[in-house]
Design a protein around this ligand. Structure first.
Ligand SMILES: *Cc1c(COP(=O)(O)O)cnc(C)c1O
Length: 362
């Protein structure tokens, strides 16, 4: 047997996550200047990073020779969210927290439940632990909680839920998720991924952290990658019961979150002007994109995120034609949506250029 064949079968069967195409890659492939390229493929904040976070990150670089200390961000999050700092785990991006949950609770012989079209990392993290993914068919592209509940078995240890979900942008009322969690056996951890929570209109928001008093089998996962604009620094967090967080901390690398990211997150968390600007820009951009897609006669999946997925006659071909015009969107055939493309809401001029390029590509 070769060394490679000695790797567990579930590891060898993994297909790595496919990220949005980087600007540099398109520039090299098509010989385009980088400055002419618009990337609307990874749900990044088109306004960039919070200016306060940038200043804090620049200052923090001076102390980057020291190992990072999580104390300040943990204390700030605890105060802001009304939880104990022992209920928070920090991650190198929220993907890291998803992975910690899988490592703490999954192994061969166990299973995790997720929805069709759910965020790709859930099945990857599950498979990496040798556990089985039980996939509930979607309802109108969104999570069907009744179908998900029906899949939960004795050996199920995690249910993955994204609300809103990526790449569909679908949203479930919080009351339904609350009742779903209440109905589950306490031997199943619900991982509730709220990466896009900050983009919800205020009327749809709920402080899910208040559920932690009620549920020990809930892990809430949030990120600084989206509205806070820190995707490249890699920082997110999880909220759970002290006992669950203690388990995640056992499988966590001691210095998983870097010093610069910690400082930036502290500054970004309460940069309310930047967050409000980002929210408003997203709402306006979403309206423009929805209107533009309708005008082109294209169906879209109504989205509560900072992106929208829409159907075209030939997604691979339309994608190629967009790339040739310097526009990067995200094909989502890998999610089982071969007719759809996902576009991130950009700056007004980016949205306009995207719609014009799309009209040409059709
Ligand atoms: C973007 C995204 C994340 C964030 O990932 P990070 O590792 O924090 O950058 C998490 N969950 C979903 C569903 C996402 O779309």
């Amino acid at each position: 047997m070769s060394l490679i064949e000695c790797s567990p079968a579930h590891v060898r069967a993994l297909s790595p996550y496919v990220p949005g195409k980087p600007i540099g890659a398109l520039a090299r492939e098509f010989g385009l200047p980088e400055s002419s390229i618009i990337k609307l493929a990874s749900n990044e904040n088109p306004l960039g990073m919070s200016p306060r976070a940038r200043l804090a990150a620049e200052a923090a670089l001076q102390e980057a020779y020291r190992y990072p200390d999580q104390y300040e961000l943990l204390a700030l999050l605890a105060r802001k969210l009304g939880v104990d700092s022992a209920q928070i785990v920090l991650g190198n991006g929220s993907n890291d927290v998803l992975d910690l949950a899988a490592r703490a609770f999954l192994m061969p012989g166990t299973s995790a439940v997720l929805a069709q079209y759910a965020f790709a990392v859930y099945s990857l993290a599950t498979q990496a632990m040798g556990a089985a993914s039980l996939i509930a068919p979607a309802r109108q592209y969104g999570h069907d909680l009744v179908a998900m509940r029906a899949l939960v078995r004795e050996e199920t240890r995690i249910v993955w839920i994204a609300n809103p979900n990526n790449p569909t942008g679908t949203f479930l009322p919080w009351r339904e998720i609350h009742d779903f969690i209440a109905d589950l056996p306490r031997t199943v951890l619900v991982v509730l991924d709220q990466a896009y929570d900050d983009y919800l209109p205020s009327g749809l928001r709920t402080a899910t952290e208040s559920w932690l008093g009620e549920f020990d089998h809930l892990l809430i996962v949030r990120t600084f990658s989206k509205i806070h604009g820190l995707a490249g620094l890699r920082i997110g967090y999880g909220l759970g019961s002290p006992a669950v967080i203690d388990l995640l901390n056992r499988v966590r690398q001691p210095f998983n979150v870097n010093h610069v990211a910690l400082a930036a997150a502290v500054a970004a968390l309460d940069d309310h002007p930047f967050l409000a600007d980002s929210h408003r820009l997203n709402q306006q951009g979403m309206e423009l994109l929805v209107h533009g897609l309708k005008r082109l006669g294209l169906e879209h999946i109504p989205s509560q995120g900072n992106f929208i997925s829409f159907a075209v006659p030939d997604a691979a071909e339309v994608n190629r034609k967009l790339l040739a015009q310097g526009i990067i969107v995200r094909p989502i055939a890998g999610y089982g949506l071969p007719q759809h493309l996902r576009v991130t809401v950009g700056l007004p001029e980016e949205n306009a250029r995207f719609l014009a390029a799309l009209a040409k590509a059709l």
